[in-house]
Design a protein around this ligand. Structure first.
Ligand SMILES: Nc1nc2c(ncn2[C@@H]2O[C@H](COP(=O)(O)OP(=O)(O)O[C@H]3O[C@H](CO)[C@@H](O)[C@H](O)[C@@H]3O)[C@@H](O)[C@H]2O)c(=O)[nH]1
Length: 252
């Protein structure tokens, strides 16, 4: 049977957490989507051997595939490669998850349930019941400011636009012209949600508690932050053209 639920996990130097993450997530999927799921690790040639660990766990669990890319190309490009692979493999819904267990696999069943009545489900830190644990004041402030900036510039009602724990239905990925997505860093998350909203899809938010990683390091960098600063207004400027393209598409 072709699996319909795919969890995509981009990795760069996550050797300390990938095994636990895959085991815990496979366990949740075995309950939430029995016999109908796949985990796809998209590894950008991690020097710490993350890809090889994922292969080993994959052989054992039987539900994990590993896509090996040659070099670090950014979160967005890793997801685009993962989306293409999952869609070709028959995915009907795709989940995005970080490898460092900051996205608790225990939230996955609730996100998948919400995707039965929404086209995109955002795991949200900033709705009642959601939150972050273990972050210092600076990281909290930066994250809230980034979300607020995107909400105001793009005029979106959703509360957590930068989070990376989400479920996206196949129809959305087919409709939003992934070939023209250029975001490389975390702004990719904002761009995908914005494109889905522009295309008229239903976006729901489900509370999650984001835990800071205990292994490895964040890949956030000034370059990634700067990309978000300039690309958000650019997304807003390109919205009329995107809307025109959507309007000229044949009805789904
Ligand atoms: N393949 C690949 N994976 C990458 C790359 N850069 C980061 N990743 C992977 O992407 C995931 C998220 O990266 P982190 O570095 O752990 O992100 P973070 O700083 O904790 O940021 C989190 O919060 C951001 C702001 O809310 C989110 O935008 C982001 O998605 C993530 O949830 C991890 O699994 C990491 O290995 C890359 O260039 N290539």
């Amino acid at each position: 049977m072709t699996p319909s639920t795919w969890v995509i996990v981009p990795t760069y130097n996550e050797a300390g957490s990938i095994e636990r993450m895959l085991r815990q997530t496979a366990q949740q999927l075995a309950d939430a989507a029995p016999g109908d799921h796949r985990l796809l690790v998209v590894d950008d040639g991690s020097p710490d051997g993350t890809g090889a660990i994922a292969e080993r766990i994959g052989d054992e669990l039987g539900v994990v595939e590993v896509l090996h890319r040659s070099a670090k190309g950014g979160l967005g490009q890793a997801y685009l490669a993962g989306f293409a692979h999952a869609l070709a493999g028959g995915a009907q819904r795709v989940c995005e998850m970080d490898a460092d267990l900051s996205h608790d696999p225990e939230h996955l069943p609730a996100l998948l349930r919400a995707a039965e009545s929404a086209d995109v489900v955002l795991g949200s830190r900033y709705v009642p019941g959601g939150g972050v644990s273990d972050w210092g004041p600076l990281r909290r402030l930066t994250s809230r400011a980034g979300c607020l900036y995107a909400r105001l510039v793009l005029r979106l009602p959703q509360h957590d636009l930068t989070g990376g724990y989400k479920v996206i239905r196949r129809e959305v990925l087919e409709a939003i012209e992934l070939g023209s997505v250029r975001s490389q860093g975390y702004v990719f998350q904002i761009e995908i949600t914005y494109r889905a909203v522009l295309a008229g899809f239903r976006v729901a938010e489900v509370p999650i508690v984001f835990r800071d990683r205990t292994e490895g390091t964040s890949k956030m960098s000034p370059r990634i932050a700067l990309e978000a600063m300039w690309r958000v207004p650019q997304l807003r400027r390109s919205a009329p053209a995107a809307l025109a393209r959507i309007a000229s598409r044949p009805a789904r």
